[in-house]
Design a protein around this ligand. Sequence first.
Ligand code: ADP
Ligand code: MG
Length: 329
Amino acid sequence: ESVVNKIAAGEIIVAPVNALKEMIENSIDAGATSIEILVKDGGLKVLQVTDNGSGINKSDLAILCQRFTTSKLTTFEDLSSIQTFGFRGEALASISHIARVTVTTKTKEDACAWRVSYSAGKMLGEAKPTAGKNGTVILVEDLFYNVNSRLRALRSPNEEFAKILECVGRYSINAAHVGFSCKKFGESQFALAVRASSNAKERIRSIFGRAVASELVEFKMPENMELGISAHGQVSNLNFVSKKAISPVLFINNRLVTCDPIRRALNQVYASFLAKGNKPFIFLSLKIRPDLVDVNVHPTKREVRFLHDDEIIEQLSSQLENTLSSVDT
Ligand code: ADP
Ligand code: MG
């Protein structure tokens, strides 16, 4: 209970893509190398994520959708030692309050899969044995069925689907060891499909196109022990000519985030490039020691905060400058 009281309260899902992001992160946390996404009506009717990760123990199913239950965090002190931030045990709980959630899951020790549905944090009946592969299928149906104000505020299904697709594409760049697919319910054609065992650059090519991918330079910042950070990525070299703005693909500890101070600092490095009207593509994956990242920022706020931000951003900028100037132009 102390964990409950110490961690910031209520996560709010405002659009299908928010729920999807949480589900993708859970699948990656569970060690999945394959994540398949199925969407109906922009995620409002159906949002289903199938992974081949660890699965969930049957004995954990009863509390799966209870708020603040997480298998990844048991005491408040763990907050400083967890490998990634965002483990609050709020995502599935929140979703179960505003949608019908059905989980089918099988660990490799289980002889069969187990299926159970949830509403408002609680299991509906007992888990039932069923056929299934190792891993987890989370089916979210009728999102916002009981929240009319949310429904009214949403964009068209196609626009919500576009947001979903963008989110999947971005995660696929950072998690290059994971195969991703995404399609609309009832369609045979995938809107997105990338194999496991490709690399970030190949992913960027398939998501953002050949032109972007052909003018990239690898970014690498070795671990800085003092600041507790390291980073890698792919960024446009100065030969890249494009007027199309793509917001930076920025990950911190494998969570897709936005960070205005970082974005501004990187744009500074590209100042002369931007002055010609060109827009760079930036993919950066930062690892920051978990105890230096502010985990208490509200989860739906993708904007993060971290200690030593000035020094860290300074390091990133000068590394980016070096990287760009080392490329033949
Ligand atoms: P958190 O990720 O913060 O722990 P969530 O509400 O997102 O909280 O998930 C609650 C718990 O459900 C996780 O800690 C994990 O044990 C389990 N879980 C959720 N999704 C999956 C999945 N795809 N595979 C395995 N376990 C999962
Ligand atoms: Mg989670």
